[in-house]
Design a protein around this ligand. Structure first.
Ligand code: F6R
Length: 368
């Protein structure tokens, strides 16, 4: 049942191309996004002038990525907030506010309560969930289901990639409703998304390399993750995976923050995983990250670099180089997260832990 794998999580990591294509299938037709349920009028959707994304854990990290896409495509301000913080600070909500609630299980108590609070304030709620008929979709005005299939491993993997795709679909739906993108542009963005299952399939070829790398990292005291722009949520997700599975101290930072504190943590031999931005899409950021890597390497860090194929400039600074295919900037997290998932799972396995059932964690958190 584990498809020849030692544990479900590895099987689910390898199922990510299908999870993505199943999530995209049927959600785009005649030049537009098709939601699964819509109890809100096109006019109301058009009038949305503020978006809040609420979620917990890995779903929250996918939400951080939604902000880049929605602001870029729709020109609406987006705030991303941990569901457990959202309703306790009296957020400014109204009829023209859209709250996007992301929850794999559809049952997470904090996210559900955030949805309920939003509704009492007359905000519109759109749910993204992997579970048909679960509570959060039931209490929402619109629903887009990810079709990642059931996830047995407690740590979210394929549902994370599916959530990212779903968030981008919601971004396109809003752009369409608001008229900030023409049909041909929407079709172009969707076609780029539709090419991602193949890109993920190709990044899965790095699995043996990452498994081998994991054997040399399992005794590290801590691991840091650095990224910028869309690489920043990926760094947070890489760190979360390592904490929850391998019980190691791990932290993700925005690389630009290094000098404002975290660089003091760098010591001889400390592994630092760095996400390089896309060369074409973000050449300025690329140069900045190069200088960050140079700084940490000079202070003794062991650099593990995730970079696009053909990124020659980074080679001298990479003690380990994991190559990913070049894809459009907003879509890079769909490929760059994959090696981090494998790294965390394999380090956990080498440390003798149950990868599918990490201690103290539950698949669905139904208490606040
Ligand atoms: C981490 C993980 C959790 C969940 C979080 C939200 O691997 O699985 O952080 O992402 O508990 O769960 P859902 O998406 O079901 O609301």
């Amino acid at each position: 049942e584990k498809g020849g794998h030692d544990y479900f999580m590895l099987k689910e990591i390898e199922e990510q191309p299908e999870a993505l294509s199943n999530t995209l299938r049927g959600h785009f037709a005649d030049g537009g996004v098709v939601l699964d349920e819509q109890r809100i009028s096109e006019q109301d959707l058009r009038d949305i002038n503020k978006v809040f994304v609420v979620a917990c854990g890995t779903a929250y990290h996918s939400g951080l990525l939604a902000k880049y896409a929605i602001e870029h495509w729709c020109r609406i301000p987006v705030e991303v907030e941990l569901a457990s913080e959202f309703r306790y600070r009296d957020p400014v909500l109204g009829r023209d506010t859209l709250v996007v609630a992301i929850s794999q299980s559809g049952e997470t108590a904090d996210t559900l309560e955030a949805v309920r609070h939003a509704r009492t304030q007359h905000a519109r709620v759109l749910a993204i969930s992997n579970t048909n008929g679960s509570q959060i979709p039931r209490e929402s005005d619109a629903v887009l289901y990810t079709h990642a299939g059931p996830e047995i491993g407690v740590a979210a993997t394929k549902t994370f990639l599916a959530q990212i795709a779903a968030n981008y679909l919601v971004g396109l739906a809003l752009a369409q409703a608001r008229g900030t993108k023409y049909t041909d542009e929407l079709e172009h963005e969707f076609a780029e998304l539709a090419a991602m299952p193949d890109a993920v399939r190709s990044v899965l070829e790095t699995v043996p390399q990452v498994r081998e790398l994991a054997t040399r990292m399992c005794d590290a005291k801590a691991v840091l993750f650095l990224g910028r722009h869309v690489g920043y949520p990926v760094a947070l997700e890489g760190a979360l995976k390592l904490k929850e599975l391998a019980y190691m101290h791990a932290e993700g930072f925005a690389a630009g923050e290094l000098k404002h504190g975290p660089i003091a943590l760098i010591e001889d031999g400390l592994p630092v995983v760095v996400q390089m931005p896309s060369l074409k899409g973000h050449s300025q950021l690329h140069a900045k990250l190069l200088s960050n890597i140079r700084e940490i390497q000079a202070r003794g860090a062991r650099t593990i670099v995730i970079a696009e194929e053909g990124d020659e400039a980074v080679r001298p600074f990479a003690d380990e180089l994991i190559e990913i295919p070049a894809v459009p900037t907003l879509l890079q997290p769909l490929v760059s997260t994959v090696p981090l998932q494998v790294l965390a799972a394999e380090i956990a396995r080498h440390r003798g832990y149950d990868v599918d059932k990490p201690r103290n964690l539950a698949k669905s958190v139904t208490v606040e």
